[in-house]
Design a protein around this ligand. Structure first.
Ligand code: UDP
Ligand code: MG
Length: 155
């Protein structure tokens, strides 16, 4: 089982889309391992978006990300990182394919509805950055044996 970090960005919170988008992940079969609301600050964002620190849009991006509290979720499942990333769609919402979250709900590059970890390594770091061990839960969802075939359950 893999875990991945999803952030419901300020635009998702402001537009009341958190529940709808979370439902898409849950219905796909990804289960919630942890979830909370938090007001991000500059220190957290400097770390989370370290790869973008030199970009001209960095200051605008951090201002946006701390404009209202965001909802953070850790989702768990077989190949969860790749699945969530594919469901998310490409960075520019205007180019994201219909059927993806950004492609269905977004019109913006910056305000692109959710963040999803981009690799297994990043996911591990991001989950640990935002969640303490005691905030994460592993349990067997009631539909686990139906969602996965027998040989897929230990992956
Ligand atoms: N972003 C932006 N302008 C850009 C590129 C990215 O405002 O030209 C923002 C956007 O919100 C994006 C975030 O920075 O989701 C992180 O960028 P990254 O390249 O990691 O894209 P992602 O992995 O979120 O698709
Ligand atoms: Mg990224």
């Amino acid at each position: 089982m893999e875990r991945t970090l999803i952030i419901f960005k300020p635009d998702a919170v402001q537009r009341g889309l958190v529940g709808k988008i979370l439902a898409r992940f849950e219905e796909r079969g990804l289960q919630i391992a942890g979830m909370k609301m938090e007001q991000l600050n500059d220190d957290m964002l400097q770390e989370h978006y370290a790869h973008l620190r030199d970009k001209p849009f960095f200051a605008k991006l951090t201002r946006f990300m701390k404009s209202v509290p965001v909802v953070l979720a850790v989702l768990e499942g077989v190949e969860a990182v790749d699945i969530a990333r594919k469901m998310c769609g490409v960075t520019n919402s205007r180019e994201a394919l219909p059927g993806t979250i950004r492609g269905d709900y977004g019109m913006s590059v910056q305000s692109n509805v959710i963040h999803a970890s981009d690799s297994k390594e990043t996911a591990k770091k991001e989950v640990a950055r935002f969640f303490a061990a005691k905030e994460l839960f592993h349990y067997e969802r009631a539909d686990f044996h139906t969602v996965y075939a027998e040989d897929e359950r230990n992956k």
